[in-house]
Write a protein that binds this ligand. Structure first.
Ligand code: SAH
Ligand code: SF4
Length: 436
């Protein structure tokens, strides 16, 4: 179990939570009953910023500020990009193809810092969870923390990334939604999660092979594949409410001269921020997962309150228009199985009808219970019956396999220690981390 640090009073936690309709998207006034939390927290850049997460253009500017001549900047950016994202160096001194003077000049103004690993837990099945502390300028206050989960499988290794500290939305079955603290992550903090995972897994080019590594990991390395081969934006937060930072981070992750994870291996999960779905398709080009969870607006209004703003028909229209869809490139529809709430066979049939014509995969997610939740996971037999209807309609309907149970890592309900500290009465219960 992750132990939270116990010092430093945490101002935001003592303030009453303000509810408001303010959001990062465009609707002029909120629909009735739709409530979002305000992102009370602000990012304060540290005194010495990290180069991690800067775009090539920003890196070029950074080089200009330390006096690199215009004619040399492109070449230097290429070099630094390689050291950062292919070799994963953590110290400017390791950038041996860069002149000593430039390394010193860079080190005087910048760092290569990623989020600090506060705790690492490794499950018997190889799933790893990291509690990460963010390096912003919150001096004297409690630092922000996020979680990140790595799920190894025979043919891939999936990293589940957070996009926000907490979430402004309030889906009642989601533990993250109960977290009061909310702040958008910066591109560097999102890319930084990948850097940390590659650091901890020895997954940089030219890295050694740790003794006692599980067979799957060895196979992947021997096949020339990196351990972190896939990314899902399914950790804490709503990625489409932090669009610009998520876009910048995912474009860095997909850059073929750096981290080089193909866009087909990057999946962004959204609860349905309709205007930004088209933008995700046009500006990021990654795979899309949609947290549907209900087939009727009345129920979805309750389970995914954002539905009051963007109802099911608008959401599915946006899905139909998502670029590049084909049988090989499908949208994943996530459906959490909640006992006696959304798990009837009538709903299974309605789900199939609703998705007709959309190249779709359907992921049934057994509900991960957490303390004080009013929901229960559907019975296993019911999940099987539900899944059979979907299967008979021609969809592969994998039920996501629970992973990392023993370290209580739950993708989709991650909640960092910041909150646990202020709510000691809540036992930290993390059921599982999942991948499709
Ligand atoms: N905010 C985004 C991405 C993060 S949540 C979204 O909602 O899509 C990732 C997935 O986990 C979502 O499908 C979410 O609905 C689901 N989830 C959240 N809490 C869960 C729980 N307690 N049990 C099972 N799935 C959950
Ligand atoms: Fe936020 Fe997603 Fe949880 Fe809803 S399910 S509260 S959108 S993280």
């Amino acid at each position: 179990m992750v132990e939270a640090p116990r010092n430093a009073p945490f101002k935001a936690m003592t303030e009453p939570l303000r509810s408001t309709s303010v959001s990062s998207t465009t609707a002029p006034s909120p629909p009735p009953g739709f409530v979002e939390k305000t992102p009370l927290e602000r990012y304060l850049p540290p005194a010495k910023p990290s180069l991690v997460g800067l775009s090539r253009a920003q890196l070029t500017e950074a080089l200009a500020t330390v006096g690199v001549a215009a004619a040399q900047r492109k070449m230097r950016v290429q070099q630094i990009w390689h050291w950062l994202y292919v070799r994963g160096v953590r110290d400017f001194a390791e950038m041996t193809s860069v002149s000593k003077e430039l390394r010193a000049a860079l080190a005087a103004q910048f760092t290569l810092a990623r989020p600090e690993v506060v705790a690492e837990q490794i499950s018997a099945d190889g799933t790893r969870k990291w509690l990460l502390r963010l390096a912003d300028g919150h001096s004297g206050e409690r630092p922000h923390e996020i979680e990140c989960v790595y799920i190894p499988e025979a043919d891939r290794g999936t990293l589940c990334l957070s996009s926000q500290v907490g979430c402004t939305l309030t889906c009642p079955f989601c533990h993250t939604g109960t977290q009061r603290l909310v702040r958008n992550l910066t591109p560097g903090e999102i890319v930084g999660q990948i850097m940390v995972a590659r650091d901890r897994l020895d997954d940089w080019l030219g890295a050694g092979r740790p003794a006692g590594e599980p067979a799957g990991a060895q196979r992947m390395r021997q096949g020339g594949q990196r351990l972190v081969s896939n990314i899902v934006m399914m950790g804490m937060g709503e990625p489409l409410y932090n669009f610009d930072a998520v876009r910048e981070a995912l474009l860095i992750a997909a850059d073929g001269e750096g981290i080089a994870i193909s866009k087909r291996r990057i999946t962004l999960s959204t609860s349905g921020v309709v205007p930004n779905i088209a933008r995700a398709g046009a500006e990021i080009g990654c795979m899309l997962a949609v947290s549907l969870h209900a087939v009727r607006d009345e129920l979805r209004n309750e389970l995914v309150p954002l539905n009051r703003k963007y109802p099911i028909n608008q959401l599915l229209d946006a899905c139909r228009k998502y670029p590049g869809l084909s049988n090989a490139r499908r949208i994943t529809f996530e459906y959490v199985m909640l006992k006696d709430v959304n798990d009837s066979l009538t709903e299974a049939k309605a789900l199939v009808k609703l998705l007709a014509g959309i190249p779709a995969k359907i992921n049934l997610i057994p509900f991960n219970p957490w303390p004080d939740t009013k929901y229960e996971c559907s019975d296993w037999e019911q999940i099987e019956r539900f899944s059979e209807i979907i299967f008979n309609a021609g969809y592969a309907s994998p039920v996501r396999t629970p992973r990392g149970r023993d370290i209580l890592a739950a993708c989709g309900q991650l909640k960092s220690a910041s909150e646990k500290l202020s709510a000691r009465e809540r036992l930290a219960l993390r059921a599982m981390a999942m991948t499709d």
